[in-house]
Design a protein around this ligand. Structure first.
Ligand SMILES: [Zn+2]
Ligand SMILES: [Zn+2]
Length: 236
């Protein structure tokens, strides 16, 4: 294709995963081979919180049975490992914005229910300044366009600055995000919201966001994410 040939000349790209030259501008900057390794997770998982289950026979995990979470369901593309982890990392920390489109396409392969609005997990304004953009909001923009659903960026905000979740153990994660979010009920009262996150670790963040949304009168929250921590990383 002439268009790709021209792009190759203007932006010669080396795949950041395998270092071979990447010709696929569709999956920029990963090469097509590396992208193909990203496969949907079809293993057992809790039907509510999505935690990759240990047993094939467990339908709902013990945590969800004991305390039903404030969201109705979590769906995600795959586990946070391998090339998906690398792609998310490049998108998030190396600020490679052109990964937003192929990553959003992964989300579009999921059985997303019909919702009223799409809302990204927000960043605190200070973190937003450091990162320059909220990568999850960028994913939402693609989703909203494809699904023809409005994205709300100002209805759910993060009022408390928190330690990055990856640096904390499970209990501290829950503690650190407690009451960190606040939602404005004007538009979302009585609605079904699609809450979008990039990676779900302990579930503490999506739980707190969902709680804030429910407090603002939201009827139902469905969570969609690119990845969920692999079982081995959950208690690390
Ligand atoms: Zn590659
Ligand atoms: Zn569960």
């Amino acid at each position: 294709m002439v268009f790709n040939w021209i792009l190759d000349r203007i932006f010669p790209t080396e795949c950041p995963v395998c270092s071979k030259s990447s010709k696929s501008h569709l999956y920029n900057p990963l090469c097509q081979d590396c992208w193909k390794e990203i496969k949907k997770y079809n293993g057992p998982s809790c039907r509510i919180c999505g935690i990759p289950a240990i047993s094939e026979y467990t339908i709902t995990c013990s945590t969800c049975l004991k305390t039903p979470p404030p969201f109705s369901q979590v769906i995600y593309y795959s586990l946070y490992e391998g090339n998906l982890k690398r792609a998310i990392h490049l998108f998030k920390f190396h600020k490679i914005r052109r990964l937003a489109s192929p990553l959003a396409k992964l989300l579009l392969q999921l059985p997303i229910p019909k919702v009223d609005y799409i809302i990204p997990v927000p960043l605190h304004v200070k973190r937003l300044r450091e990162r320059e953009f909220n990568q999850t909001a960028l994913l939402c923009r693609f989703l909203g366009k494809e699904l023809n659903i409005k994205v709300l960026l100002n209805e759910l905000i993060k009022t408390k600055e928190t330690t990055p979740q990856a640096l904390l153990d499970r209990e501290r994660r829950i503690e650190s995000v407690k009451n960190a979010f606040i939602a404005n009920k004007d538009k979302i009262n009585g609605c079904h919201i699609l809450l979008v996150d990039d990676v779900i670790t302990s579930g503490a963040t999506i739980s707190e966001c969902s709680r804030a949304l429910r407090r603002a009168g939201v009827k139902k929250v469905t969570v969609v994410a690119l990845a969920h921590s692999a079982p081995a990383d959950l208690n690390a």
